[in-house]
Design a protein around this ligand. Structure first.
Ligand code: NAD
Length: 355
């Protein structure tokens, strides 16, 4: 391939991906199956790796997909909400492990994981960040472009499993819980059956149904949609300090002293405060267990009450996470290990759910 044809191909892929991103993240109406989107993204990554001088700063490979809709007020995340890198095969998983070990300078010593990994299902919904102040639910936002999301506080407030007040008394003044809002399969089926009965168009899949339900301007509609939530991480954690003689003004400062030094233990901490944690999450000791977890969840996939599209593996030790750090759009200490594509996109007849 000549340099000119590579430049043309990269431009073509970027244009397509940007278009698909708009349909998926902004309109909640994907027009191509995920497998086709993933194929294009991988082709782009390969071309950019082979020809790094052709990688542009605004390439979709460098960005967290999504844009905050102007119809919502905007929330600037105190800590960015990133995406996840992904692997699709044993070979790619091994390459991920090698990168981890090399970065931690363990590459020469061992070729297998010799530290704990937190293993989680990859929930197929929408990422949200929920902020508690002094134990009270005060704000919820979508991921958006990772820096700025949509203020969906009133909609998230209607999700029954999300506590409006934290349990117990031991929690930081400010606690941001991050996790996935999803639509259980049974609710999705019921919603689409209802739509078809009315001659309307349903959602393409539970992920789009969750996203469409959460980004409603009328929270009464969200309340009817029976959404679920599982926490999978923590964002900003801090203290609120009152200024002398002025109770009205409080200043925030980072204070992570409450947090455990293990990702898994952190999830247990927020579970103890009353937030739902996915029951399939496990702390693994070694790489053999990684493979077994992947196979186990793959087998359970059909039977689970919620949609997943893979597993997620995260380095458990927070100190190791800090050493590994981040790239532009994702942490280096985690990866999604995606399942083979289940089915092509189902497009349903047209319908308006906004009533
Ligand atoms: P992603 O969905 O591949 O991974 C990141 C997201 O995973 C996080 O933001 C979080 O919401 C979610 N997640 C679920 N379980 C998690 C867990 N246990 N821990 C941490 N995060 C967890 O990334 P993305 O950037 O949101 O989306 C990219 C994917 O979306 C593509 O691979 C493609 O499959 C799909 N997509 C499809 C189209 C289309 O047109 N069909 C367009 C854009 C994106």
């Amino acid at each position: 391939m000549s340099e000119l044809s590579i430049i043309k191909r990269i431009a073509e892929i970027c244009q397509l991906i940007n278009h698909y991103n708009h349909q998926y993240y902004v309109l909640d109406e994907p027009s191509v199956p995920d497998v086709e989107y993933d194929r294009l993204m991988r082709e782009l990554n390969t071309l950019e790796t082979e020809h790094p001088h052709l990688k542009t700063v605004d390439s979709p490979s460098q960005k967290v997909g999504g844009t905050a809709l102007k119809s919502f007020s905007q929330v600037t995340h105190q800590l960015p909400m990133l995406s996840l890198d992904n692997v699709f095969s044993e070979q790619e998983w091994q390459a991920f492990v090698k990168r981890l070990l090399d970065r931690l300078n363990r590459g020469g010593v061992t070729s297998t994981l010799d530290f704990a990994i937190c293993a989680e299902p990859k929930l197929d919904g929408l990422a949200v960040s929920i902020r508690y102040e002094k134990g009270i639910f005060v704000q919820a936002a979508t991921r958006g472009d990772g820096m700025v999301g949509e203020n969906i506080t009133e909609n998230v407030r209607t999700i029954k499993s999300i506590p409006l007040r934290l349990q117990g008394t031991s929690f930081p003044d400010i606690l941001e819980v991050r996790g996935e809002v999803f639509m259980p399969k049974a609710s999705f089926d019921a919603l689409n059956k209802q739509a078809i009965k009315k001659g309307e168009k349903g959602f393409a899949n539970p992920r789009n149904a969750a996203a469409g339900s959460l980004r409603q301007l009328d929270s009464k509609i969200t309340a009817k949609r029976n959404l679920g939530f599982y926490a999978y991480g923590i964002g900003f954690v801090g203290a609120l300090n009152e200024l002398d003689d002025d109770i009205e003004s409080e200043v925030e400062s980072i204070d992570e002293s409450w947090l455990a030094n293990s990702h898994y233990q952190r999830l247990c901490q927020i579970k103890a405060l009353g937030l739902p944690m996915c029951p399939e999450v496990k702390l693994l000791e070694n790489a053999t267990q990684v493979e077994a977890f992947y196979q186990d969840i793959l087998q359970q996939r059909e039977a689970l009450s919620y949609e997943i599209d893979g597993t997620v593996f995260k380095v458990d030790d927070i100190e190791l996470q800090k050493k590994l750090g981040f790239v532009a759009r994702a942490p280096r200490w985690a990866t999604a290990y995606k399942f083979p594509a289940q089915e092509e996109l189902t497009l349903l007849e047209s319908v308006d759910f906004q009533v």
